[in-house]
Write a protein that binds this ligand. Sequence first.
Ligand SMILES: *Cc1c(COP(=O)(O)O)cnc(C)c1O
Length: 388
Amino acid sequence: MEKRFVYADNAATTRVSDEVVAAMLPYFTENYGNPSAVYGFAGKAKEAIEKARGQVAAALNAEPSEIFFLSCGTEADNWALKGAAALKKDKGRHIISTPFEHHAILHSLDTLKKEGFEVTFLPVYDNGRVKVEDLKAAIREDTILVSIMFANNEIGSVQPIAEIGAVCREKGILFHTDAVQAIGHVPVDVKAMNIDMLSLSGHKFHAPKGIGAMYLRKGISIPNFMDGGGQEKRRRAGTESVPFIVGLGTAIEIATNKLPEESKRVAALRDKLIDGILERIPDVKVNGDRVHRLPGNVNVSIKFVEGESLLMMLDANGICAASGSACTSGSLDPSHVLMAIGLDHATAHGSLRFSFADYSTEEDVDYILEKLPPIVERLRAMSPLGRE
Ligand SMILES: *Cc1c(COP(=O)(O)O)cnc(C)c1O
């Protein structure tokens, strides 16, 4: 097979789709009015924002008034956690989360700990899923917030969100979920799942980087995130990024409409790659649950090799992938996600993530399956990593 370019890092970010770009363009050069202005010209921008709000709400089964546009998923995570803590601090200071959340959650929790909040991290076991019994056992009189990610960005495991939501609602505890990896890829229903707050980010489902949203259930009056003008009902001041909001709304509507077929198509690519790797390469471990798994996520540990070296050789062959190896993240310790599911350092260092989305094809998978085994063989032949 001749050299190809294969983008298999859609969990890091996705290509903006042509439809989304086309929907956004008029809001740069034609309908560029400030939505807060009173003249008719600005009305088009205002209408576009409200249309997008409706599109996001419909995708989540929420009300448009419960959707707030923000700059990114990280901002939504910060607002949800710090806002919920400020709202409920007189009732209690105990928060429940997991050790393998995104750093936007973990570092927000660090900040809250410095302010006197206490955090219980539920075990996530070797399949990367929390158990509802553990949640029930961890809940205390002073528990005010549960934040558990919908799906993990590294190993793709999808959490029992509806069960968690039911427990929290019954106990009167706020439930936030970081659904950045889930939206557009698996069905999400904030009402059926009893979700109080949800974070999402456009660039994980073919909208641009730099636009996100939070679902905040009606009646939950967490403090404003940004003080200033009257935008977003004063909750998040700052002139709206109209083109990006339009892009987000368009992308979420497209993703939701094609989710039933597209998630099956992408899951078939995922399974073909996982099974193909297991067939062709000895000493491989699949990380994360094989059933409760994002359709686009492949994460394997290839023993006796370094993820970093694998990435460089894949890159030389035109393949973009990711690793939970230490060097990749620029720190000494391997990924906190792989540590949380109990991998030893050596196994974590040999981890490789491929993630697929709308533009991924079967040819991409075939190409990876052709290139990866000889790369592993070469690296193992020169490996100092102690294979007998
Ligand atoms: C990408 C990601 C984020 C951060 O979103 P940004 O829009 O990049 O700030 C948060 N949580 C998860 C699970 C993610 O995958």
